[in-house]
Design a protein around this ligand. Structure first.
Ligand code: ATP
Length: 272
């Protein structure tokens, strides 16, 4: 059993409600049935702790993106409510930002303008918003590319612009929907390392959706495992790996390897 893994079995009656006293995002009894009768989520209750990175992991199509979009206020639930810092979510809000799978950049705008766009929408003066955007462009490793356009960048670089934009608005909660799915394995590993650094530096709450067990274990403080659709919370795993020092050490750490294997054993029956 990996260090700090909560005991639990897949497909059994683990309670869906998980309380954490320091939760910044509370998901209360969320269900979602799409028009046409697709039941994506069934009575999900969860608390996301402040300042941590929590990943949502589960079988393909189980509703991970749906849950993230409901928390973002982009999709309305059929039942239940979301509280962020104690306030009920009724739509998108300044305390939450979202990094989309497809980057969602404006092709006609430079990296600088794209990264500053969230602040532009909020009416922040140009010099101020560009100063903030420049800081985050540097933080995501794109210094020197401020005046390039999205089509001049690789997919990985475009993704970094999306991340810089999400960080620049200084939201408390940053949501990322499979942000690294479109890049090659080497770039992906590099991003994962950068993300760990950003999580440590920024002290924001990150909600992360991924398909990859390895990625979830590598970047997360906590993993929420969802069942097959209609999704319920099957298990919460706290990850406590030594995240300072050589990033490759994490991938060789016995707890990392045990946790990856443990999660795989639980999920494998969904794909067999
Ligand atoms: N707008 C929609 N209308 C109808 N059904 C939808 C809509 N969006 C998603 N669904 C369905 O809801 C279910 C959950 O979708 P969702 O994208 O949330 O899952 P996911 O776990 O993020 O998937 P994946 O792992 O493949 O990215 C799927 O069956 C999907 O086809």
């Amino acid at each position: 059993m990996p260090a700090s893994a909560h005991p639990g079995r897949f497909g059994d009656g683990i309670p869906a409600a998980v309380a954490a006293p320091d939760g910044i995002v509370e998901v209360r009894g969320i269900s979602k049935t799409y028009g046409g009768g697709v039941e994506a989520l069934n009575n999900i209750s969860l608390t996301f702790p402040e300042g941590a990175l929590t990943s949502l992991l589960g079988p393909s199509g189980c509703g991970k993106t749906t849950l993230l979009k409901i928390i973002a206020g982009l999709v309305a639930p059929t039942a239940g409510e979301i509280l962020v810092k104690g306030r009920r979510v009724t739509g998108p809000g300044p305390e939450r930002s979202f990094v989309f799978q497809d980057f969602a950049l404006m092709p006609w705008a430079t990296v600088l303008r794209n990264a500053a766009f969230g602040l532009e929408l909020r009416g922040v003066a140009r010099s101020e918003r560009e100063a903030v955007a420049e800081r985050y462009i540097e933080a995501v490793g794109l210094k020197g590319f401020e005046h390039k356009y999205p089509h001049e960048l690789s997919g990985g670089m475009r993704q970094r612009v999306g991340l810089a934009r999400a960080l620049a608005v200084n939201a408390d909660v940053v949501m990322m929907d499979e942000p690294f799915s479109a890049v090659d394995e080497q770039t992906r590993r590099r991003f994962q390392e950068d993300l760990l650094r950003l999580v440590a530096q920024e002290r924001k709450t990150f909600l992360f959706v991924t398909h990859s067990i390895e990625e979830a274990v590598y970047v997360s403080n906590r993993i929420v495992l969802l069942s097959r659709r209609p999704s319920r919370v099957q298990r919460i795993i706290e990850i406590d790996l030594p995240r300072d020092g050589d990033p490759d050490r994490i991938r060789r750490h016995p707890d990392y390897l045990d946790t990856v294997e443990d999660i795989w054993q639980g999920l494998r029956h969904y794909v067999e």
